[in-house]
Design a protein around this ligand. Structure first.
Ligand code: M6R
Length: 364
């Protein structure tokens, strides 16, 4: 059922405009410009603390969500890898919301963390792609992503759909807390509704990204940099590349580079910079200069404005549409997925079934 695609991963990357639109349809009322979450049998406006727990790509979606919950609802968010969370005796004040994010809904560590939170009086919300999964059954609040079955071991469309659900949840939470006005809610909804078209615009750069893959494929190490809510995208880009191309890659917060990883930079280490134009862009440009001064080769992923300012002298550039910061993590996911995909194709690895990995990790 791959149709005209070579791999399930490629098909799933290209499905994103459709499935994100599908997911948004069940969480937004476009005409009223309102978010529409399922009925909750608890009062979300009374939640004072959120704990997010997940693994892998789902964890990175959670990192983006932390930004949104904190900036929209002004509620503190604690986030951890499921495998760490369970063993650190986390503080779970009564009345807290524990949010679990999982494509499969079966990841053993995440499930164990969910049960731990339940036993400690937390309200359990889950964002899952498999609606019949164990996590879905054990939740107080089930928030399905409607990405459809994800076959490729490397998660792609589940990630962007998770972000869509989490943005809607963060906005709803903020509305209920009285921290967003109706106009602000309408604006958020309008921006989310722009996401599918922007994802399509990002996918238009596929051929260009395929053409640059041979430049990255020989590298032994690749660094990904991002700032703010795009930092999790750097982590996600590095994870995707590692998983399917077996190239060592690391994601770093741009400003952290000079605190260590800059020692790695030389002509042989491509640095992928994820940086939409905006208030943080200047800072990232100076980080790029630090890389360049050491002979590092940069691939800059930005919009026309960002590329006009900092694109000269890069090994390659990938132009994204100019998007509102809220949807940037969804849109910028596409080029990092495509880059990993095409590099893996150049290397001839088994893209859908990479070595040593399972789609669903059901052992702790
Ligand atoms: O099914 P889950 O979302 O709980 O899975 C979590 C991770 O195992 C998963 O995201 C993994 O990191 C992917 N292979 C990433 O592409």
């Amino acid at each position: 059922e791959k149709g005209t695609f070579q791999h399930f991963m490629q098909k799933e990357i290209f499905e994103q405009p459709t499935v994100v639109a599908q997911t948004l349809r069940s969480y937004l009322r476009p005409l009223e410009r309102q978010v529409a979450l399922p009925q909750m049998d608890f009062d979300i406006s009374r939640i004072e603390r959120v704990t997010i727990v997940a693994c892998g790509t789902s964890y990175y979606a959670g990192m983006v969500a932390k930004y949104w919950f904190e900036s929209f609802a002004r509620v503190p968010v604690d986030i951890d890898f499921a495998s760490e969370f369970r063993y650190r005796d986390p503080i779970l004040p009564p009345g807290g919301l524990a949010l679990f994010i999982s494509q499969s809904g079966e990841t053993a560590d995440t499930l164990a963390a969910l049960r731990h939170c339940k036993a400690n009086g937390q309200t359990i919300a889950v964002v899952v792609n498999v609606p019949t999964s164990t996590m879905a059954r054990e939740a107080d609040l089930l928030l399905p992503t409607h990405a459809g079955p994800e076959i490729g071991v490397a998660s792609t469309k589940a990630f962007t759909c998770q972000l869509a659900v989490l943005a809607a949840l963060a906005a709803h939470f903020a509305v209920k807390k009285g921290r967003l006005s109706a106009e602000q809610e309408a604006e958020i909804v309008a921006h989310l509704l722009e996401a599918p078209a922007c994802l399509n615009a990002a996918l238009d750069h596929d051929a260009e990204i395929r053409a640059m893959a041979p430049l990255i494929a020989p590298a032994r190490d690749v660094l990904y940099l991002g700032r703010g809510q795009d930092f999790p995208l750097a982590l996600e880009g590095a994870l995707k590349l590692k998983e399917i191309s077996y190239i060592h890659a690391e994601g770093y917060a741009s400003g952290e580079m000079k605190h260590g990883p800059i020692a790695l930079i030389d002509e042989a280490v491509p640095v992928i910079v994820i940086a939409p134009s905006g208030p943080l862009f200047e800072k990232t440009v100076s980080n790029m200069q630090e890389v360049r001064a050491r002979g590092g080769k940069i691939v800059l992923i930005s919009d026309a404005e960002g590329l006009a300012e900092a694109g000269v002298g890069c090994l390659a550039t990938i132009e994204m549409p100019k998007v509102h910061p809220l949807i940037a993590p969804l849109v910028y996911a596409v080029p990092v997925q495509l880059l990993a995909y095409h590099v893996a194709c150049v290397k001839g690895t088994d893209v859908d079934q990479p070595r040593n990995l399972a789609k669903s990790v059901t052992v702790e």
